[in-house]
Ligand binder design. Structure first.
Ligand SMILES: Nc1ncnc2c1ncn2[C@@H]1O[C@H](COP(=O)(O)OP(=O)(O)O)[C@@H](O)[C@H]1O
Ligand SMILES: [Mg+2]
Length: 233
């Protein structure tokens, strides 16, 4: 597809013929076999598949954390395969947010400082970053937890702080790897609802790996990884 067409559709992420092969001893595992994916602005896509099917690998490749063996990645219409490590870091910082199953918050920093951090790293002003972080935390009902350390928060609260942090720089793309997989069912549902509604409010595209069928039904599209292929559900 040429760039003009991409712009018309407002595609924020393109995976073009991506393959990922892991070698282990004499064995080669072809985890992703020439896969293609286009994600539109504001679209929420669930990525499902058995454990070991390649969900995390696909998210790492889409997030420029890992390189594919072949194929091209476009973030909006910017080609990423030949970028230097520094350029990849900048694209990640500006355009991509990550949420993992475990929160990965900095343990010595309060909730507000964890959320402000990506904005400060991108050169935003201190006062602006702090106010924006408080705003985001308010949005997820954490107004009374702003100055808590991660260890002083429940699992659900920690994950909500991670969501705020991932959205801090208003990324085009949010990559979420089983973001509520570590929470009890009820908390997972509440946090997931808040996550999706905040993403929709920001018009952020979400690529979400999940095992949870009920959660995947809330997305716009579900894609299953089977034997290295992406299959539209
Ligand atoms: N760094 C690696 N080296 C070798 N094999 C790997 C590596 N990372 C993942 N794999 C293998 O690739 C497959 C897909 O893993 P992964 O993407 O983590 O799947 P999922 O997230 O769907 O559980 C698994 O068989 C896993 O063992
Ligand atoms: Mg995984």
């Amino acid at each position: 597809m040429n760039n003009n067409n991409k712009k018309q559709l407002d595609i924020v992420l393109t995976l073009d013929n991506i393959s990922r092969i892991y070698s282990q001893g004499n064995n080669e595992i072809n985890v992703l076999n020439n896969v293609n994916l286009e994600m539109r602005r504001g679209e929420i896509i669930s990525l499902v598949g058995n454990s070991g099917s390649g969900k995390s690998s696909l998210l790492h490749i889409a997030g420029l954390l890992e390189k594919p063996n072949s194929g091209e990645i476009y973030i909006s219409d910017v080609k990423c395969s030949k970028m230097t490590d520094f350029e990849r870091t900048i694209v990640r910082r500006v355009s991509i947010g990550f949420i993992y199953q475990f929160h990965h918050l900095l343990s010595d920093f309060t909730a507000v400082d964890n959320v402000a951090m990506p904005m400060l790293l991108s050169g935003s002003d201190k006062v602006y970053s702090k106010n924006k972080a408080i705003d985001l935390l308010n949005n997820l009902g954490l107004q009374d937890r702003v100055n808590h350390l991660p260890s002083q928060l429940s699992g659900g609260e920690q994950q909500r702080v991670s969501i705020c942090r991932a959205l801090a720089n208003k990324p085009d793309i949010l990559l979420a790897d089983e973001p509520t997989g570590n929470l009890d069912i009820k908390t997972a549902e509440v946090v997931f609802e808040q996550f999706i509604s905040l993403a929709r409010k920001n018009n952020t595209s979400v690529l979400l790996a999940t095992h949870n069928q009920k959660l995947s039904e809330k997305s716009d599209r579900t894609i299953r990884i089977i034997d290295g292929q992406l299959v539209e559900n």
